[in-house]
Design a protein around this ligand. Structure first.
Ligand code: PHE
Length: 457
């Protein structure tokens, strides 16, 4: 390392406390994935059977990949591209994982910021009471009106982007860490309040049994790929986010333990979201398989049907907005840190450049319910296309590459040094199992699921 490198490392911003590491990392994992995607995918794919497959994907794929990413990031203390450049043997293009990660960050943010835009808009609509109706035809018309209005869609998306950009400008410790440390506890509190409310409704048991009684008849190759894609998306892995956040980890942080904690807490949030949503949906006789609009059409109608529904609906959308915020910070941090760390562009300029490009790409999603409604590629509108390509192609492929890189290029000794904090932790037996997974099991599993889900085998 040159002296210049060393001093760059010394002044590099990062997370300052152990709780901060946890809050920021969990803030990245928890997001619209838990509150919007998880319930609608579980609802549309048969409930508990889907849940079991998702749990397996989280354990066998999510956990090893997430640990690997954080480990590489912390070892390099660099952005996602530079980390892989730095560790690759000469001439091997592993940095492509980082480059595709930057691409995935834009694709994901393009649709994510639009769903977040609806959520932020709904916070205000919920306060004003305009979406409060127990008739799904009315809530559906209200949602349709928002989605099909190009001006509203774009403006809310830009507002969201500006809000996230503002936090990113404050930096890693004073922005991302400080904000997520405040928001995560509020998120848990709100979620628990909503769960208790939902469980007290008559007929809640039916919703619970939908969530917890497995029926495997709906499981197909495509459904397994969907569940695995969800695991990647949920844990923010396969696209450099966790490499980037790992680079902000403290050197004394126990990476495997932190990862397990984040994974468990993230699952817990998804479960709570399921428990807050499905009993209420069943109790008032709504359709659990409503799809992406579940949160925006069914949920307002459900809230309108219950006493004090107005208050709970506001809480629900505030909670969802909080969840989306932590996740968006981490998605955008990938390109921002690459522009800053790799290309030497100052952080403020990197944030602004990223946001401008995103406003452009994102507008194709914001307008996919209005001006671009008929514009399709491979049979998908831009919104769905970006979602499918990132969750089912780029992230799993990135996951395979990362496993192979750690298992076959980086090797056990370096992994052990980094994950034991250079001998401070005794976890060798565990690391051996992890290494076995990374070398053989996880990459083959992901490959098989991708091929079968895409109908290639
Ligand atoms: N994990 C986030 C969620 O579930 C989404 C996300 C994907 C965040 C990829 C970062 C990277 O909402």
């Amino acid at each position: 390392m040159t002296q210049q490198d060393a001093s760059a490392k010394a002044v590099r911003d990062g997370f300052t406390s152990s709780f901060g590491v946890l809050a920021a990392t969990l803030g990245s994992a928890v997001g619209l994935g838990n509150i919007w995607k998880f319930p609608y995918l579980t609802g549309a794919n048969g409930g508990a059977g889907f849940l079991v497959v998702y749990l397996l994907a989280t354990l066998l794929v999510g956990l090893p990949v997430m640990i690997s990413e954080i480990m590489l990031g912390r070892a390099a203390k660099r952005d996602a591209v530079t980390t892989l450049v730095q560790f690759s043997p000469r001439g091997q293009p592993w940095w492509l994982v980082g480059a595709f990660g930057v691409l995935a960050a834009f694709l994901i943010m393009a649709f994510y910021s639009e769903v977040a835009a609806w959520v932020f808009a709904y916070v205000f609509k919920a306060i004003g009471g305009s979406i409060l109706s127990s008739d799904p035809a009315v809530t559906s018309a209200a949602f349709g009106q928002l989605v099909s209005d190009p001006v509203q869609s774009l403006l809310w998306q830009w507002l969201v982007l500006a809000f996230i950009g503002g936090i990113l400008l404050m930096g890693v410790s004073k922005g991302i860490e400080a904000v997520t440390k405040k928001l995560m506890p509020i998120l848990f509190l709100l979620l628990i309040v909503l769960c208790v409310r939902s469980l007290m409704l008559p007929g809640a048991a039916e919703g619970l049994s939908f969530l917890f009684t497995p029926d495997f008849s709906k499981i197909s190759g495509a459904v397994i790929l969907t569940a695995m894609g969800l695991a990647f998306f949920k844990l923010s892995i396969g696209m450099g986010t966790m490499i980037t956040y790992g680079s902000y980890f403290r050197d004394d942080q126990n990476i495997p333990a932190t990862t397990v904690r984040v994974m468990a807490a993230d699952l817990f949030v998804s479960m709570l979201a399921g428990i807050a949503i499905f009993p209420a949906v069943f109790s008032f006789g709504f359709e659990p398989a409503a799809g992406p609009s579940l949160v925006f059409i069914t949920i307002p109608a459900v809230f309108a049907s219950m006493p004090f529904g107005h208050v709970f609906m506001v809480l629900f959308f505030v909670l969802t907005a909080i969840a989306a915020t932590g996740a968006m910070l981490s998605i955008l941090e990938v390109p921002v840190s690459v522009l800053n760390g790799r290309f030497g562009i100052s952080r403020p300029k990197a944030v602004v450049a990223t946001l401008l490009l995103l406003a452009l790409i994102g507008s194709t999603c914001a307008l996919s319910g209005s001006l671009l409604a008929d514009f399709k590629l491979f049979g998908f509108n831009m919104f769905d296309l970006f979602d499918e390509v990132s969750s089912k192609l780029i992230m799993p492929a990135g996951g395979i590459a990362l496993c192979l890189f750690v298992g076959w290029v980086w090797g056990f000794d370096k992994m052990k040094a980094e994950l034991s904090n250079h001998g401070a932790l005794t976890n060798e037996a565990l690391l051996r199992k992890l290494f076995f997974l990374l070398r053989y099991v996880t990459p083959l599993l992901v490959l098989a699921v991708m091929l079968s889900g895409l109908g290639l085998i």
